[in-house]
Write a protein that binds this ligand. Structure first.
Ligand SMILES: [Fe+2]
Length: 170
């Protein structure tokens, strides 16, 4: 049995991960519509990763005989005015996800719930990568994106990303 507050936080995190998947789908749609298929590819894979995160949180609750309560997923429907905005929105969003994971970790720590802390360790590390990866896209866009050839090369670079299933096994 897990602490009730922790179960509630973990259920909310499932929703946040699905929302992340939705947000990145929105970004995928934007870039693909703008013919930046490499940027689109990068965010399509990001959507797949977020879905994986949601499933991992769900499976963790199930493995601990806790009830999963699925919640409505909000559509982001963001309006983007330039190519930089979606990447920056992703970076800003990842910082919020990190804060949320840290908050669950703090609650687990308070409960001396070492199993949940160990489960969350993977996500703590993952969030470090998510923040860096999204920030890198913003920085590289600022460096190279304002020139047509630079943008083309950056788009080609992002087109090379391939989906890798999460390394965490429950
Ligand atoms: Fe995530």
């Amino acid at each position: 049995m897990l602490n009730k507050e922790l179960v509630s936080l973990l259920n909310d995190q499932i929703n946040m991960e699905w929302y992340s998947a939705y947000l990145y789908l929105d970004i995928y749609n934007y870039y693909t519509d703008q013919n930046l298929n490499g940027f689109g590819n990068w965010f399509y894979i990001q959507t797949q990763e977020e879905r994986d995160h949601a499933m991992l949180f769900m499976q963790y609750l199930l493995n601990n005989s806790e009830k999963v309560v699925l919640q409505d997923i909000k559509a982001s429907n963001m309006l983007f005015h330039d190519f930089r905005e979606p990447a920056n929105a992703a970076f800003e969003h990842e910082k919020k996800v990190t804060a949320s994971i840290n908050n669950i970790y703090a609650a687990a720590y308070e409960q001396k719930d070492f199993r949940t802390m160990q489960f969350l360790d993977w996500f703590v590390k993952e969030q470090g990568e998510e923040e860096k990866n999204t920030e890198d896209i913003v920085k590289r866009y600022d460096l190279f994106g304002n020139d047509a050839k630079g943008l083309y090369l950056l788009d080609s670079e992002l087109a090379a990303r391939v989906y890798m299933p999460p390394s965490l096994v429950l």
